[in-house]
Design a protein around this ligand. Structure first.
Ligand code: ADP
Ligand code: ZN
Ligand code: ZN
Length: 737
């Protein structure tokens, strides 16, 4: 009988919060294995790729009941210990099944047992004949002669080297034809290279004194954990501080991870990193192919890529020698995964830095209240940049009182005049409206019928070009009714304002000025956004109308007026973070106006011109505004002055979703330290055909909250749950409803 020699505890991608034991028998070909290595195992009647978490001599189970591992997979693609620790921590903190955490953390190609294709590169080599030919004998073609000489000195060189010499075309073809050279496909190796002396491809800017203080503070102690909150107004030169801190880390031979929000991932941003450093860099985001992602993963793991820039999921990149993490726009909501494994890349980055004993920099013009609070508590070191770099000055704010004023396409007369002034002075104008489409509602003038979505408790948005109705929540599309389905009259009117309609109205008001719309619809086609950006950079007068896409990250030096058409929807938001988000957005939009030498203006249209928080924001800026909001949070016990989690349930049957949460809430031990609120319906109760309910847990203590969450998990695992109901936990949710 075979005696099992090793018991492997494996994280298998199934929705259960535990590891599973498998055995590795003596007659297996390979006995050598390591935690982090992938294995192919059978689970029920499926075969899955899991990750070894522990290796033991014994198991609590009877040996005969333990299945054998089907296959150990490529040890070179094992998850390093540092990333294992992060994933294990994440599984426990987010109460998410550990096997699914690992599965989410690795590139899709590693979720299969199939051998990973090793990328090939082309090398040019000489044949024996080529080695022995005297280049002097090729008299008729100096270029072929030059190439042969080059190849004799540089055996097996990269094709790119020959391309740089402009010899890759016909000279190379000729040598191949003559049987002197050949093309070879070889495995690409991701070896770590020592950087040559010239790390900087362009020189650093001379820092102003605030930047210098920030840089010195960060680089003083690069060999230990510390979280730095770099709070700097838009245009104050945060990126320059990042770049110079990175330089020090790279010089120490270490790698850097830079996380940026989805919207910030523009060619403009990328090129600032690429232009500064001469070293292998990798970009990881959802737009990459699976092969590219795997390649980036391997390059970081081997130490070859020195800089990894990516969106939220890049926090799970393995590194050979990570030395610094930077999170730009740390307040951005896209850093939180909002479905499935709901993690915060910002919070994971801080945990990772702590685990790996390295510094982490959180940068923002408008830090989230959690980070400001942590800085107040001295958990983070706050560094401030208060001056805009260069000669730019602070914008002037104007509140446009909408009460009693007629609107044309959402624009009041004073705003139209303001736009006109700026255009006449040959400047650019940016108008912000966070609603795409033509109009949010189509309504019958006769009977009040409204274009509702059949799957959701919401209205279908009317789009004009092309002409159709679209639900932005479940993606349902349908053609526009020719007459009212209720009363059959033809008086169907668009109500409300979207970017498409605002664009139309602006173009009518300013027929001689180009109006450009920037939203997810207008930029769907590849490169359209880049083309628009290029046109904007020319500096010709134009009007830009768009959604959030316009508010962040871009550098528009010729914009002198930024206008917010509708501040009210944020002022009346029911989310506890509504005000915070509005303040961040207004500040970001304001940061677009008046960069470089031109004085900027910011106009806000509202029915509540005397709102004290708006005034605080405009007169004293985001820091004072945030301080006021923190006071409110202290009274309500919401984050950062308390901890919350949401439990979601959804079902095609209303009662079933509600009932599951009710039962849970009934069985939870009544611990006065954790408040349980609900179940209540989600703000949009029915979405994509499913009814949604939620239970809110709140506690003053993180530990107490997590004890309660463990009890919830026990309930879900022991309770027989109707197959029609799905549930999910969201720890530290960013959106409550
Ligand atoms: P932020 O990231 O804070 O929005 P940026 O780093 O994009 O700011 O800087 C805004 C502009 O100021 C950029 O064009 C940048 O090159 C320039 N800049 C930054 N620091 C300096 C400096 N020390 N001296 C001169 N120009 C600077
Ligand atoms: Zn009608
Ligand atoms: Zn819908």
């Amino acid at each position: 009988m075979n005696k099992p020699v090793k018991i492997l505890s494996v994280a298998v991608p199934v929705p259960l919060s535990r590891l599973f034991d498998y055995r590795l028998d003596e007659n297996s070909e390979e006995l050598d294995c390591n935690p982090g290595q992938r294995v192919w195992v059978s689970f029920g009647n499926r075969k899955l790729v899991g990750v070894i978490v522990e290796i033991n001599e014994q198991s609590d189970l009877e040996l005969s009941k333990i299945k054998s591992v089907l296959q150990l997979l490529d040890p070179e693609l094992s998850i390093p210990e540092s990333l294992m620790r992060l994933c294990t921590w994440a599984a426990s903190y987010y109460h998410y099944p550990i096997g699914e955490v690992f599965s989410a953390a690795i590139p899709a190609l590693l979720r299969s047992e199939k051998p990973v294709p090793i990328p090939q590169i082309t090398r040019i080599a000489l044949t024996t004949e080529g080695e022995q030919t005297d280049p002097g004998t090729i008299t008729r073609s100096p270029k072929q002669q030059q190439l042969l000489e080059y190849l004799q000195q540089n055996q097996r060189c990269n094709l790119s080297a020959i391309q740089q010499l402009s010899l890759a075309g016909s000279p190379l073809q000729s040598l191949i034809k003559k049987g002197l050279a050949e093309k070879l496909q070889v495995d690409e190796k991701f070896e770590s290279e020592d950087l040559d002396t010239a790390l900087l491809a362009e020189s650093n800017l001379a820092l102003n004194s605030e930047q210098q203080v920030a840089l010195d503070t960060i680089t003083q102690q690069l060999d230990q954990y510390r979280c730095y909150l770099l709070e700097g107004v838009t245009g104050s030169g945060k990126t320059e501080v990042y770049l110079q801190a990175m330089e020090k880390v790279l010089q120490n031979g270490q790698q850097v991870l830079v996380l940026i929000p989805e919207i910030g991932l523009t060619p403009q941003t990328m090129s600032r990193f690429q232009n500064r450093f001469n070293c292998p860099q990798t970009v990881l985001h959802s737009g990459r192919t699976e092969k590219q992602r795997l390649r980036g993963w391997q390059q970081a793991l081997s130490g070859h890529a020195k800089i990894v820039i990516g969106t939220r999921s890049a926090i799970f990149t393995p590194f050979a020698n990570l030395g610094l993490i930077i999170i730009d726009e740390e307040h951005d909501a896209s850093l939180k995964q909002q479905e499935g494994f709901r993690y915060s890349a910002r919070d994971l980055a801080i945990t990772r830095a702590h685990q790996q004993k390295i510094p982490v920099i959180l940068g923002s013009a408008t830090p989230c209240l959690e980070s400001l609070y942590n800085a107040d508590q001295n958990r983070y070191t706050k560094l401030e940049l208060t001056q805009r770099a260069g000669e730019a000055s602070k914008p002037v704010f104007r509140v446009v009182d909408l009460r009693g004023r007629p609107l044309d396409g959402g624009m009041s007369q004073p705003l139209v005049q303001l736009i006109r002034q700026h255009i006449e002075q040959n400047n650019q104008v940016l108008i912000f409206l966070n609603r795409r489409g033509f109009a949010p509602v189509l309504m019958c003038h006769e009977c009040g019928w409204i274009s509702e979505c059949r799957n959701c408790d919401t209205r279908m948005t009317l789009h004009h070009s092309p002409y159709y109705l679209h639900c932005h929540h479940c993606d349902h599309k349908r053609s526009v009714e020719k007459q009212c389905p209720e009363c059959k009259t033809k008086e169907l009117n668009p109500v409300g304002l979207g970017t498409e309609r605002a664009e139309q109205v602006l173009q009518e008001l300013f027929p001689d000025t180009p109006v450009m719309r920037v939203d997810r619809d207008s930029t769907r086609r590849k490169n359209t956004f880049e083309k628009m950006l290029a046109e904007i950079q020319t500096g010709e007068p134009c009007i830009l109308i768009g959604t959030q896409m316009l508010a962040k990250g871009h550098h528009f030096p010729h914009v002198t007026l930024a206008a917010i058409l509708d501040a009210d929807s944020a002022l009346y938001s029911s989310d506890f973070r509504g005000m915070e988000k509005m303040g961040q957005l207004l500040t970001q939009v304001a940061g677009r106006a008046g960069r470089e030498k031109k004085q900027g203006e910011v106009a806000i249209q509202t029915h509540e011109p005397n709102h004290p928080l708006l005034h605080l924001l405009f007169q004293e800026g985001y820091p004072s505004f945030a301080r006021e909001l923190l006071k409110e949070r202290r009274l309500t016990g919401f984050p950062p002055n308390g901890y919350i989690a949401l439990i979601h349930a959804q079902s095609t049957f209303r009662e079933k979703a509600e009932e599951l949460l009710q039962t849970l809430s009934d069985v939870l031990p009544t611990d006065p330290a954790t408040e349980v609120l609900g179940p209540i319906p989600s703000a949009m109760e029915r979405r994509a055909g499913r009814y949604r309910f939620q239970l809110l847990l709140r506690s003053d203590s993180r530990q107490t909250l997590h004890t309660t969450l463990n009890q919830c998990l026990q309930f879900f695992e022991s309770h027989k749950i109707d197959r029609n109901v799905r549930w999910q936990l969201d720890v530290d949710p960013v959106e409550l409803f």
